[in-house]
Ligand binder design. Sequence first.
Ligand SMILES: O=C(CO)COP(=O)(O)O
Length: 268
Amino acid sequence: MAKKVTFDRRPLIAGNWKMNLNHLEAISLTQKVAISLTEEQLGLVEVAVIPPFTDLRSVQTLVDGDKLLIVYGAQDLSPYDSGAYTGDISGAMLAKLGCTYVVIGHSERREYHNEDDALVNAKVKAAFKHGLTPILCVGEGLPVREESQHVAHCTTQLDAALAKIPADQVKDIVIAYEPVWAIGTGKVATPDDAQEVCGAIRARLAEKYSPEIANGIRVLYGGSVKAKNVAAIMAKPDVDGALVGGASIDADEFATIARFPEHATAAS
Ligand SMILES: O=C(CO)COP(=O)(O)O
Protein backbone atom coordinates (compact mmCIF):
# COMPACT_ATOMS: atom_id res chain seq x y z
CA MET A 1 0.00 0.00 0.00
CA ALA A 2 1.17 3.54 -0.74
CA LYS A 3 2.60 5.42 2.21
CA LYS A 4 0.43 8.29 3.46
CA VAL A 5 1.86 11.56 2.22
CA THR A 6 1.09 14.75 4.08
CA PHE A 7 1.84 18.36 3.21
CA ASP A 8 2.01 21.57 5.22
CA ARG A 9 -0.20 23.17 2.59
CA ARG A 10 -2.51 21.42 0.13
CA PRO A 11 -0.54 21.30 -3.12
CA LEU A 12 -1.98 22.97 -6.20
CA ILE A 13 -1.26 21.71 -9.69
CA ALA A 14 -2.60 24.31 -12.14
CA GLY A 15 -2.55 23.93 -15.91
CA ASN A 16 -2.13 27.20 -17.78
CA TRP A 17 -3.24 26.30 -21.29
CA LYS A 18 -2.18 29.71 -22.64
CA MET A 19 -3.69 30.40 -26.11
CA ASN A 20 -4.45 26.76 -26.91
CA LEU A 21 -7.60 24.63 -27.36
CA ASN A 22 -11.06 25.67 -28.49
CA HIS A 23 -14.14 25.06 -26.34
CA LEU A 24 -14.73 21.54 -27.70
CA GLU A 25 -11.11 20.56 -27.09
CA ALA A 26 -11.41 22.11 -23.65
CA ILE A 27 -14.33 19.84 -22.74
CA SER A 28 -12.46 16.78 -23.94
CA LEU A 29 -9.23 17.61 -22.08
CA THR A 30 -10.97 18.57 -18.83
CA GLN A 31 -13.02 15.38 -18.91
CA LYS A 32 -9.95 13.23 -19.56
CA VAL A 33 -7.96 14.83 -16.75
CA ALA A 34 -10.81 14.51 -14.27
CA ILE A 35 -11.53 10.86 -14.99
CA SER A 36 -7.82 9.98 -14.84
CA LEU A 37 -7.67 11.04 -11.20
CA THR A 38 -9.39 9.36 -8.27
CA GLU A 39 -11.37 11.11 -5.57
CA GLU A 40 -8.53 10.32 -3.16
CA GLN A 41 -5.91 11.84 -5.47
CA LEU A 42 -8.05 14.94 -5.94
CA GLY A 43 -8.54 15.17 -2.20
CA LEU A 44 -4.79 15.28 -1.62
CA VAL A 45 -3.82 17.61 -4.47
CA GLU A 46 -5.95 20.45 -5.80
CA VAL A 47 -6.06 20.38 -9.61
CA ALA A 48 -7.01 23.43 -11.66
CA VAL A 49 -7.33 24.06 -15.37
CA ILE A 50 -6.76 27.59 -16.64
CA PRO A 51 -8.16 27.72 -20.19
CA PRO A 52 -8.62 30.69 -22.51
CA PHE A 53 -11.67 32.89 -21.76
CA THR A 54 -13.62 31.41 -24.69
CA ASP A 55 -13.55 27.95 -23.05
CA LEU A 56 -14.66 28.94 -19.57
CA ARG A 57 -18.41 28.58 -20.04
CA SER A 58 -17.97 25.08 -21.48
CA VAL A 59 -15.65 24.07 -18.65
CA GLN A 60 -18.11 25.46 -16.10
CA THR A 61 -21.01 23.47 -17.60
CA LEU A 62 -18.94 20.29 -17.58
CA VAL A 63 -17.54 20.70 -14.06
CA ASP A 64 -20.94 21.61 -12.60
CA GLY A 65 -22.93 19.05 -14.60
CA ASP A 66 -20.62 16.12 -13.88
CA LYS A 67 -19.71 17.36 -10.39
CA LEU A 68 -16.02 17.07 -11.23
CA LEU A 69 -13.61 17.55 -8.35
CA ILE A 70 -11.35 19.89 -10.24
CA VAL A 71 -11.48 23.67 -10.29
CA TYR A 72 -10.73 26.23 -12.98
CA GLY A 73 -9.72 29.79 -13.52
CA ALA A 74 -8.82 32.44 -16.07
CA GLN A 75 -5.49 33.64 -17.43
CA ASP A 76 -6.06 37.36 -16.86
CA LEU A 77 -8.67 39.93 -15.84
CA SER A 78 -9.31 43.64 -16.22
CA PRO A 79 -8.50 45.94 -13.30
CA TYR A 80 -11.89 47.59 -13.96
CA ASP A 81 -15.35 46.40 -12.95
CA SER A 82 -17.22 47.18 -16.19
CA GLY A 83 -17.50 49.77 -18.93
CA ALA A 84 -15.86 50.90 -22.17
CA TYR A 85 -12.83 48.59 -22.16
CA THR A 86 -13.09 46.78 -25.49
CA GLY A 87 -11.71 43.28 -25.40
CA ASP A 88 -11.35 43.10 -21.63
CA ILE A 89 -12.99 40.70 -19.19
CA SER A 90 -13.95 41.74 -15.67
CA GLY A 91 -13.51 39.91 -12.39
CA ALA A 92 -17.31 39.95 -11.97
CA MET A 93 -17.70 38.05 -15.26
CA LEU A 94 -15.16 35.46 -14.19
CA ALA A 95 -16.78 35.05 -10.79
CA LYS A 96 -20.14 34.51 -12.47
CA LEU A 97 -18.54 31.74 -14.55
CA GLY A 98 -17.52 29.97 -11.34
CA CYS A 99 -13.78 30.66 -11.64
CA THR A 100 -11.77 29.95 -8.51
CA TYR A 101 -8.46 31.34 -9.76
CA VAL A 102 -7.12 34.05 -12.01
CA VAL A 103 -3.51 34.21 -13.17
CA ILE A 104 -2.08 37.71 -12.79
CA GLY A 105 1.25 39.14 -13.93
CA HIS A 106 2.33 36.22 -16.08
CA SER A 107 5.63 37.06 -17.78
CA GLU A 108 3.95 36.73 -21.20
CA ARG A 109 1.48 39.49 -20.22
CA ARG A 110 4.27 41.60 -18.77
CA GLU A 111 6.31 41.17 -21.96
CA TYR A 112 3.74 41.20 -24.79
CA HIS A 113 1.18 43.55 -23.20
CA ASN A 114 3.59 45.80 -21.32
CA GLU A 115 1.93 45.07 -17.99
CA ASP A 116 3.81 46.87 -15.27
CA ASP A 117 3.84 46.36 -11.51
CA ALA A 118 1.16 49.03 -10.93
CA LEU A 119 -1.24 47.27 -13.30
CA VAL A 120 -0.46 43.91 -11.74
CA ASN A 121 -1.27 45.41 -8.32
CA ALA A 122 -4.57 46.84 -9.64
CA LYS A 123 -5.48 43.41 -11.04
CA VAL A 124 -4.71 41.69 -7.72
CA LYS A 125 -7.07 44.17 -6.03
CA ALA A 126 -9.76 43.55 -8.69
CA ALA A 127 -9.47 39.79 -8.23
CA PHE A 128 -9.98 39.97 -4.48
CA LYS A 129 -12.83 42.43 -4.90
CA HIS A 130 -14.69 39.86 -6.98
CA GLY A 131 -13.92 36.85 -4.79
CA LEU A 132 -11.30 35.33 -7.10
CA THR A 133 -7.99 33.90 -5.88
CA PRO A 134 -5.02 35.44 -7.71
CA ILE A 135 -2.20 33.22 -8.88
CA LEU A 136 0.35 36.01 -8.89
CA CYS A 137 3.35 35.32 -11.11
CA VAL A 138 6.84 36.66 -10.48
CA GLY A 139 10.09 35.66 -12.11
CA GLU A 140 13.36 36.90 -13.57
CA GLY A 141 14.73 36.86 -17.08
CA LEU A 142 18.08 35.33 -17.92
CA PRO A 143 20.21 38.53 -17.67
CA VAL A 144 18.93 39.12 -14.12
CA ARG A 145 19.77 35.55 -13.11
CA GLU A 146 23.22 35.81 -14.68
CA GLU A 147 23.87 38.78 -12.43
CA SER A 148 22.58 36.82 -9.42
CA GLN A 149 19.85 39.40 -8.84
CA HIS A 150 16.98 36.90 -9.15
CA VAL A 151 15.92 36.86 -5.50
CA ALA A 152 15.86 40.65 -5.22
CA HIS A 153 14.05 40.91 -8.56
CA CYS A 154 11.29 38.52 -7.48
CA THR A 155 10.80 40.01 -4.03
CA THR A 156 10.63 43.50 -5.57
CA GLN A 157 7.93 42.29 -8.00
CA LEU A 158 6.14 40.72 -5.04
CA ASP A 159 6.26 43.92 -2.96
CA ALA A 160 4.87 45.96 -5.85
CA ALA A 161 2.09 43.51 -6.65
CA LEU A 162 0.99 43.37 -3.02
CA ALA A 163 1.01 47.13 -2.34
CA LYS A 164 -1.93 47.94 -0.06
CA ILE A 165 -3.25 44.37 -0.08
CA PRO A 166 -4.39 43.69 3.49
CA ALA A 167 -3.51 40.54 5.45
CA ASP A 168 -7.07 39.19 5.43
CA GLN A 169 -6.94 39.07 1.62
CA VAL A 170 -3.33 38.07 1.06
CA LYS A 171 -3.72 34.97 3.23
CA ASP A 172 -5.61 33.35 0.32
CA ILE A 173 -3.26 34.35 -2.52
CA VAL A 174 -1.18 31.88 -4.52
CA ILE A 175 2.25 33.01 -5.70
CA ALA A 176 3.92 31.37 -8.70
CA TYR A 177 7.66 31.67 -9.19
CA GLU A 178 8.21 31.36 -12.92
CA PRO A 179 11.75 32.10 -14.09
CA VAL A 180 11.29 33.47 -17.61
CA TRP A 181 14.30 31.51 -18.92
CA ALA A 182 12.61 28.25 -17.91
CA ILE A 183 9.23 28.91 -19.56
CA GLY A 184 8.62 26.83 -22.66
CA THR A 185 12.35 26.26 -23.09
CA GLY A 186 12.72 22.81 -21.56
CA LYS A 187 15.30 24.40 -19.21
CA VAL A 188 13.74 23.57 -15.87
CA ALA A 189 15.15 25.26 -12.78
CA THR A 190 16.82 22.78 -10.46
CA PRO A 191 14.85 21.89 -7.33
CA ASP A 192 17.38 24.00 -5.38
CA ASP A 193 16.86 26.99 -7.71
CA ALA A 194 13.08 26.70 -7.17
CA GLN A 195 13.50 26.35 -3.40
CA GLU A 196 15.83 29.35 -3.18
CA VAL A 197 13.30 31.76 -4.68
CA CYS A 198 10.13 30.12 -3.27
CA GLY A 199 11.74 30.22 0.18
CA ALA A 200 12.72 33.87 -0.27
CA ILE A 201 9.15 34.70 -1.32
CA ARG A 202 7.79 33.05 1.83
CA ALA A 203 10.35 34.88 3.99
CA ARG A 204 9.33 38.17 2.41
CA LEU A 205 5.64 37.41 3.06
CA ALA A 206 6.51 36.66 6.69
CA GLU A 207 8.27 40.02 7.00
CA LYS A 208 5.48 41.97 5.29
CA TYR A 209 2.60 40.21 7.06
CA SER A 210 3.37 37.52 9.63
CA PRO A 211 5.00 34.08 9.79
CA GLU A 212 1.55 32.51 10.27
CA ILE A 213 0.20 34.12 7.14
CA ALA A 214 3.33 33.26 5.16
CA ASN A 215 3.10 29.64 6.29
CA GLY A 216 -0.44 29.36 4.96
CA ILE A 217 0.27 30.79 1.48
CA ARG A 218 0.98 28.41 -1.37
CA VAL A 219 4.03 29.18 -3.49
CA LEU A 220 4.18 27.34 -6.82
CA TYR A 221 7.00 26.78 -9.26
CA GLY A 222 6.43 27.10 -13.01
CA GLY A 223 8.72 26.60 -15.99
CA SER A 224 9.07 23.37 -18.03
CA VAL A 225 7.40 21.22 -15.35
CA LYS A 226 6.81 17.70 -16.67
CA ALA A 227 5.83 14.34 -15.20
CA LYS A 228 9.50 13.37 -15.03
CA ASN A 229 10.72 16.36 -12.98
CA VAL A 230 7.74 17.37 -10.83
CA ALA A 231 8.36 15.08 -7.84
CA ALA A 232 11.91 16.35 -7.22
CA ILE A 233 10.74 19.98 -7.33
CA MET A 234 7.74 19.24 -5.10
CA ALA A 235 10.02 17.59 -2.53
CA LYS A 236 11.36 21.05 -1.61
CA PRO A 237 9.81 22.49 1.55
CA ASP A 238 8.70 25.85 0.15
CA VAL A 239 7.32 24.58 -3.16
CA ASP A 240 3.59 23.91 -2.83
CA GLY A 241 2.66 23.10 -6.38
CA ALA A 242 3.26 23.80 -10.02
CA LEU A 243 1.96 26.13 -12.69
CA VAL A 244 2.26 23.96 -15.77
CA GLY A 245 2.22 25.31 -19.33
CA GLY A 246 2.98 23.03 -22.28
CA ALA A 247 2.52 19.77 -20.36
CA SER A 248 -0.96 20.81 -19.20
CA ILE A 249 -2.54 20.40 -22.64
CA ASP A 250 -1.68 16.71 -22.71
CA ALA A 251 -4.26 15.00 -20.49
CA ASP A 252 -2.11 11.98 -19.59
CA GLU A 253 0.98 14.02 -18.85
CA PHE A 254 -0.96 16.54 -16.77
CA ALA A 255 -2.78 13.84 -14.78
CA THR A 256 0.58 12.14 -14.15
CA ILE A 257 1.97 15.44 -12.86
CA ALA A 258 -1.03 15.72 -10.51
CA ARG A 259 -0.23 12.26 -9.15
CA PHE A 260 3.26 13.39 -8.10
CA PRO A 261 2.85 12.25 -4.44
CA GLU A 262 2.81 8.70 -5.78
CA HIS A 263 6.03 9.24 -7.74
CA ALA A 264 7.66 10.29 -4.50
CA THR A 265 6.45 7.26 -2.56
CA ALA A 266 7.33 4.94 -5.43
CA ALA A 267 10.88 6.33 -5.40
CA SER A 268 11.34 6.10 -1.62
O1 LIG B 1 4.41 29.72 -18.20
C1 LIG B 1 4.22 28.64 -17.67
C2 LIG B 1 3.01 28.39 -16.88
O2 LIG B 1 2.33 29.57 -16.61
C3 LIG B 1 5.17 27.53 -17.85
O3 LIG B 1 5.13 27.10 -19.16
P1 LIG B 1 5.89 25.75 -19.60
O4 LIG B 1 5.47 24.69 -18.61
O5 LIG B 1 5.41 25.48 -20.99
O6 LIG B 1 7.35 26.04 -19.50
